[in-house]
Ligand binder design. Structure first.
Ligand SMILES: Cc1cc2nc3c(=O)[nH]c(=O)nc-3n(C[C@H](O)[C@H](O)[C@H](O)COP(=O)(O)OP(=O)(O)OC[C@H]3O[C@@H](n4cnc5c(N)ncnc54)[C@H](O)[C@@H]3O)c2cc1C
Length: 391
């Protein structure tokens, strides 16, 4: 019989982060992943850590808490893997016209009220930070606290160190049923075996609702597809991570978009230059179920939009594209913590487009909840009970 303190289900950025935090707290952990590490959106994503693209209030405060953890993470993870973390290259949200500028000015005031340092820059000022931006743009919101990490490398580093601390990592082990003792969840069935644990943590990303359903819960996590286009390695072009002014509206209030194509594709453009020089340009926000395909309409839309903001992109070759599924919840917040009606189950999923930024704080707080029964930062706004069906 396989018996652990915690069974973590899902080997994305969230499951690997939780496994690492639990292992550091001395817990015996088995991480079960249905395919391979980073099979889900953690393997098909950008690596932005951008607090200014979160919702004002709790969401932003959670992201800032995660940034604090990122500050010390590199020194704490005992692994030789370079996670390519840069938290201070700064982030720009560039606007094309007066409408986007007004939206950003309004959002800036709300975000600043939660303590974030932000500046609205006229285009001449913005181009001093990022000369590649077209002079035809209206201006930009600038956040000095913003950067990126390499999600693959981060997940690998979490696992690398967790294994040294005794964690078992099992790939090709999809959980297909749950094991109960009375009302209490005591284990899972995966890869033809029973795996028992004092707790089972649901870190299944877009599949989080599917796993929750096995426990009789109705948790509204919907996959939102994002398509990304990758350029050939290019000479240094960008100093910051960049998104458009519309990005936040598309993410949190798509109903306000009036352009049919932008609404249907969720065409919010962001751009990041990786260490090897490739540009990652994307991504869309589409409700197409679990379909992880790419479409010509989106790829063209992404590249054409990007050229309006950064004209030099017109000279680059694009070598591939990919897509991932963001685990979307109705209010944009993740689902964290215990579910009182299913003792033994802990949720840690539903991070939409913010799972890379929120991985450290989600892993740490969920581990605290499991080990100590309380957390060092509130997680009540993320409870499964907020959906009204899972009190
Ligand atoms: C195009 C795109 C761009 C993005 N950009 C950013 C960004 O710049 N910054 C940011 O912070 N976030 C970004 N995100 C969001 C981020 O990628 C996700 O929030 C994050 O990866 C979610 O991680 P996860 O571990 O919860 O889910 P996943 O990475 O999807 O992992 C879930 C894992 O669970 C496994 N699984 C599912 N069911 C089972 C089962 N029954 N048994 C065992 N295993 C199972 C899956 O195989 C998968 O590996 C982006 C997402 C996309 C798609």
């Amino acid at each position: 019989m396989r018996k652990y303190d915690v069974i973590v289900v899902g080997g994305g950025i969230i499951g690997t982060a939780l496994t690492w935090y639990l292992s550091r707290m001395g817990k015996r952990v088995a991480l079960l992943e249905k395919v391979d590490l980073c099979n889900g959106s953690a393997g098909a994503t950008d690596g932005y850590i951008t607090p200014h693209t979160k919702q004002p209030g709790y969401h932003l405060e959670l992201a800032l808490e995660s940034c604090k953890l990122y500050e010390t993470l590199r020194a704490e993870i005992e692994s030789d893997i370079d996670i390519e973390l840069d938290l201070h290259c700064g982030g720009l949200q560039v606007c094309e016209d007066e409408m986007q500028w007004d939206l950003l000015c309004d959002n800036k005031e709300k975000l600043a009220a939660s303590g974030l340092e932000l500046y609205m820059l006229e285009i001449e000022e913005a181009r001093k930070i990022e000369p590649a931006i077209s002079p035809k743009m209206r201006g930009a919101m600038y956040s000095p606290i913003a950067g990126s990490v390499n999600p693959f490398r981060l997940a690998q580093a979490f696992v690398d160190n967790a294994k040294k601390l005794g964690a078992r990592i099992q790939i090709e082990a999809g959980v297909d049923s749950l094991i109960f003792d009375g009302e209490r969840l005591v284990g899972v069935r995966a890869a033809g075996e029973n795996w028992y644990g004092d707790y089972v943590a649901n870190c299944c990303g877009s599949w989080g609702g599917v796993l929750a359903k096995m426990a009789g819960l109705d948790i509204p996590i919907t996959p939102k597809r994002g398509q990304i286009v990758v350029s050939e390695p290019a000479p240094p072009l960008l100093n910051t991570v960049m998104q458009t002014g519309l990005y936040t509206i598309i993410k949190f209030h798509p109903e306000r978009i009036t352009d049919e194509r932008i609404f249907r594709l969720g065409l919010g453009f962001g751009i990041e230059q990786t260490r090897d020089g490739s540009l990652l340009i994307g991504g869309t926000r589409e409700l197409v179920g679990f379909d992880r395909g790419n479409t010509l309409e989106c790829i063209e839309g992404v590249v054409q939009t990007a050229q309006v903001y950064i004209p030099a992109i017109a000279d680059l070759h694009f070598i591939r594209c990919f897509s991932g599924l963001r685990p979307h919840t109705p209010d944009g917040l993740p689902v964290l913590g215990r579910v009182p009606q299913v003792p033994g189950l802990v949720m840690c999923c539903g991070h939409e487009g913010d799972g890379i930024a929120l991985a450290p704080v989600s892993g740490k707080l969920t581990a605290e909840e499991i080990v100590y029964g309380k957390t060092s930062f509130p997680i009540e706004p993320c409870s499964a009970g907020r959906f009204g069906k899972n009190k």
